[in-house]
Design a protein around this ligand. Structure first.
Ligand code: C5P
Length: 222
C-alpha cells in the first residue's frame, strides 16, 4: 500500500474533491480534518468517497468518555476508515471510542508535532510522555498512535510490528516547516518503521500535487 496520506486541508468539499482528483492514484489515503469537517460535516467525506481510497477523519476527539462514545457513534454512520482521538483523554475515553467504533481504525494522538521541546515542558508533558501515552492507548484498544518522525523507531521497537504508526510533521528536504516543530523527511520516517505518513502543505501547496506525491514516493523507495 502507498503509505502517503494526503491531508485535504482546504475550505470546502469542492476544493477537497479537486485536490483529491489530482492526487488519486498517487497517494494511499485521504485525510479530512477540522477545517473541512467543522464547516461542512458529512459533505466533506462524501465528496471524496468516489475515489475509493480509505478515508481518515482527523477529529482528535478529547472529552469525557460518555461524550466521546456518543460522538463516535455519529462518526460510525459516516463510514470512515480511521478516526483520531487524543491519548491524553485517558484509557476510559479510548475504550469508549472503541466500543462505538468496533470496525474503524482508532488512532491515538500522543503529543502534537507542532510542539517543540519547550512547548512540551510548558504544557506539562514530560520527556517520556509519548511512549507512556502510546502504551496507554494500545492497552485501551487503539489500533495505532500518531507520533513525530523521531519517535517512530523506539515505539516500533517497544510496541511491535502490528501497531499502526501514523506520522505527521513530514517535510521533504528543503520544504518549509510552517508551524510544525518535530519534523522529519519521508524516507527517515519510513526507514524508522512508520506505517502511514500524513502530508498536508507539501502536497496541497505544490503547483503539481501529483508530481510532489510521486517525488515523495520515489524518495521513500530510494
Ligand atoms: O501541512 P502539514 O503536512 O503540516 O499537515 C499535517 C496534517 O496532519 C494536518 O492536517 C494536521 O492537522 C495533522 N496532524 C498533525 N499532528 C498531529 C496529528 C495530525 O500535524 N499530531
Amino acid at each position: 500500500m502507498n503509505p502517503i496520506c494526503a491531508a485535504l486541508d482546504v475550505k470546502d468539499p469542492a476544493a477537497a474533491e479537486r485536490l483529491a482528483s489530482r492526487l488519486a492514484g498517487h497517494v494511499g489515503l485521504f485525510k479530512v480534518g477540522l477545517e473541512l469537517f467543522l464547516a461542512h460535516g458529512r459533505a466533506s467525506v462524501d465528496a471524496i468517497r468516489k475515489f475509493g481510497l480509505p478515508i481518515f477523519l482527523d477529529l482528535k476527539l478529547h472529552d469525557i468518555p460518555q461524550t466521546v462514545e456518543r460522538a463516535a457513534r455519529g462518526v460510525a454512520e459516516l463510514g470512515v476508515d480511521y478516526l483520531t482521538v487524543h491519548a491524553s483523554g485517558g484509557s476510559e475515553m479510548i475504550r469508549a471510542a472503541r466500543r462505538a467504533l468496533p470496525r474503524t481504525k482508532l488512532l491515538a494522538v500522543t503529543a502534537l508535532t507542532s510542539l517543540g521541546p519547550d512547548d512540551l515542558d510548558a504544557v506539562g508533558l514530560a520527556r517520556d510522555a509519548v511512549p507512556r501515552l502510546a502504551r496507554l492507548a494500545v492497552a485501551a484498544g487503539a489500533d495505532g498512535v500518531v507520533c513525530a518522525p523521531q519517535e517512530v523507531s523506539a515505539l516500533r521497537a517497544s510496541l511491535g510490528p502490528g501497531l499502526l504508526l501514523v506520522v505527521p510533521g513530514i517535510r521533504p528536504a528543503g520544504a518549509a516547516p510552517g508551524d510544525q516543530r518535530r519534523t522529519g523527511t519521508p524516507a527517515e520516517a519510513i526507514r524508522a518503521g512508520a506505517s502511514i505518513l500524513v502530508i498536508g502543505r507539501p502536497l496541497r501547496d505544490a503547483s503539481d500535487p501529483a508530481a510532489a506525491a510521486d517525488a515523495i514516493a520515489r524518495e521513500i523507495a530510494g
